[in-house]
Design a protein around this ligand. Structure first.
Ligand code: 5RP
Length: 229
């Protein structure tokens, strides 16, 4: 099974948790895209859902494929969010945000009664941090905010480069008009403490540590899909 087939397997398994009439948060990324494609087939067959997209990219794909969308303001309480992740630890703590959608992803997931993560085996880790941690920041005071993050990281025994994410035409801008700092800590032994400390920095809009948010993860490997909860 290649990487795409594993993503499709995880997305298929997640689709079985979606019930007719649900208000659904729809994630961002290549795995979430596979879920959208399968969901669109169900919708074409008469299945009724109302989707809230976690990014402009996902909104475009949903509209192209005929998945009905609402804004989160129209549907502020959701039944379920299905989304991908960059890393998943045994406590279902996540790193998210490689696709730059972490802020809307976290808002939508937290407005949902449940969040199901879909991923392939490569995303499962014992300790978070090998993947760069995305930190969405306000452009105002960028240097001061980065210093504040470096200082709190040092207090927690973390070090590594913290760099502004770049796009082909300059600094990467999120859907919310913010910048992203990617922090290469390597290992984050106390993700809960790091999350709390980052939340206390005024220039930090949001960060990619998702703690106590995911309800279950569907992990696809070469021999099929398994559930982490
Ligand atoms: C986007 C995300 C994605 O869910 C995460 O990057 C996983 O993406 P993919 O399924 O393409 O590996 O957090 O902000």
């Amino acid at each position: 099974m290649d990487a795409r087939e594993m993503k499709i397997k995880a997305a298929e398994a997640a689709l079985s948790h979606v019930e007719d009439g649900m208000r659904l948060g729809i994630g961002t990324g290549s795995t979430a895209d596979e879920f959208v494609r399968l969901l669109a087939e169900k919708v074409a067959g008469g299945f009724r859902i109302q989707g809230v997209p976690t990014s402009e990219r996902t909104a475009r794909l949903c509209l192209e494929l005929g998945v009905p969308l609402k804004s989160l303001d129209e549907l502020p309480e959701l039944d379920l969010t299905i989304d991908g992740a960059d890393e998943i630890d045994p406590q279902l703590r996540l790193i998210k945000g490689a696709g730059g959608a972490l802020l809307r992803e976290k808002i939508v997931a937290c407005a949902s009664a449940r969040m199901i993560v879909i991923a392939d085996e490569t995303k499962v880790v014992d300790i978070l941090g090998a993947f760069k941690l995305p930190i969405e920041v306000n452009a105002f005071g960028l240097v001061a905010t980065r210093h504040a993050i470096e200082k709190l990281a040092a207090r927690l025994g973390l070090s590594g480069d913290i760099v502004v994410r770049e796009a082909s035409d300059g600094p990467y801008m999120t859907d919310g008009g913010h910048l992203i700092l990617d922090a290469s800590f390597g290992r984050i032994p106390d993700a809960d403490a790091l999350s709390r400390e980052l939340n206390a920095v005024p220039g930090v809009v949001e960060h990619g540590l998702f703690i106590n948010i995911a309800s279950l993860a569907i992990i696809a490997g070469p021999s099929g899909a398994r559930v982490l909860e």
